[in-house]
Design a protein around this ligand. Structure first.
Ligand code: ADP
Ligand code: MG
Ligand code: MG
Length: 324
């Protein structure tokens, strides 16, 4: 694996590619680089088990054997599939672990500017349904009932991996760290100067590096889903990578982005994807059901936060945004 390690004054940072994104882990307090390498290797392991693109991965084998037979998967994969299935049910299918036929149809991450026909969309929609994912903890197997069905952990795996990195670091005695797995951010403890962590929320309509606001954190995770990550514009419509399983099309819910703040990054990851699909009103209800907090950015550029963030979220004034 290609890792870039930098060390300075008791701080070690590791940058590496995995899960289709750039990841960065920074640990304070004089820890050695071996610990970060171990954490990065574990993320790679998660990638290798859960990527639908690696033919021998648990998920690729699950998808390949849909409608044929249950496949043996690692315990971690089974547990994350269980969590993803629960999140699918609790969000009423706004987050849907079986959305992959639609992801493939739209060519997300592959084809460019492709708009499928209604007929194709309806056909792929008929293949979704999280109740068809059968998990058997005793046998250690996972199974999709119908041929053509496919699971996609893209909306939850980065959050899960962030939770795992946090667990590894905490078990090794780390008391100050910041973990960023493709925008799924988790923090441990305080900054080296004793101040709390501030996590910036990016302005989705601006170039990377511009912030809309910041959240004060302690041992929290901050996860954002937005329509700016991968998209193309056609006839004034933003076609992006978060699919509304009820329409089979990129979600048009009046939102540009949702950021969730809570303890579990896997949960926050699935919640933001679901809330983005549901829109603000139903999204807030879902977030509150999980005792999480959130920031919503609407298409007309208004920012709303749940009550618990009133004293923890600060809007960055327009002029300062670039300098932050
Ligand atoms: P990002 O990957 O940019 O962090 P998300 O966490 O919202 O964004 O996940 C989007 C990814 O999740 C997509 O690339 C796709 O693989 C998958 N996905 C898209 N729509 C859904 C959905 N409704 N439910 C579950 N997963 C989805
Ligand atoms: Mg997500
Ligand atoms: Mg995400």
């Amino acid at each position: 694996m290609n890792k870039l390690i930098s060390i300075s004054k008791g701080t070690v940072t590791c940058r590496f590619e995995a899960l289709g994104t750039i990841n960065e882990i920074t640990v304070f307090g004089g820890f050695g680089q071996t610990l970060l390498e171990e954490a990065a290797e574990w993320v790679m392991q998660i990638n290798n088990r859960m990527s639908p693109f690696i033919p021998v991965s648990d998920i690729a084998r699950l998808n390949h054997n849909a409608g044929l037979k249950p496949v043996t998967v690692h315990l971690e994969t089974l547990q994350l599939l269980r969590k993803a299935k629960q999140m699918s049910e609790l969000s009423n299918g706004a987050f849907d672990i079986t959305v992959r036929p639609l992801i493939e149809l739209w060519g997300i991450g592959k084809k460019q500017n492709y708009i499928p026909s209604k007929r194709e969309i309806n056909k792929a929609m008929r293949l979704t349904g999280s109740k068809d994912l059968i998990l058997d903890e005793q046998a250690g197997t996972a199974y999709l009932k119908r041929k053509g069905q496919a699971a996609d952990l893209g909306g939850i795996a980065k959050g899960y991996a962030a939770d795992e990195v946090k667990r590894i670091l905490t078990e090794s005695g780390v008391t100050g760290a910041i973990i960023n797995l493709g925008g799924n951010i988790s923090t441990i403890g305080f900054r080296p100067d004793g101040a709390p962590w501030y996590i910036g929320i990016q302005n989705p309509l601006a170039v990377t590096g511009e912030y809309l606001g910041r959240i004060t954190c302690k041992d929290d995770t901050v996860v954002t889903s937005g329509s700016n990550e991968r998209f193309f514009m056609k006839d004034g419509i933003r076609y992006h990578h978060i699919i509304d399983p009820r329409t089979g099309e990129p979600a048009q819910s009046g939102l540009l982005g949702v950021t969730a703040v809570c303890k579990s990054s896997a949960e926050a990851d699935a919640l933001t994807t679901a809330a983005f699909v549901l829109g603000m009103e139903r999204g807030v209800k879902l977030i509150e059901q999980f005792k999480a907090e959130a920031v919503f950015l609407t298409e007309d550029y208004k920012v709303y936060t749940t009550n618990g963030l009133t004293n923890r979220f600060e809007l960055v004034p327009l002029l300062q945004r670039k300098a932050q």
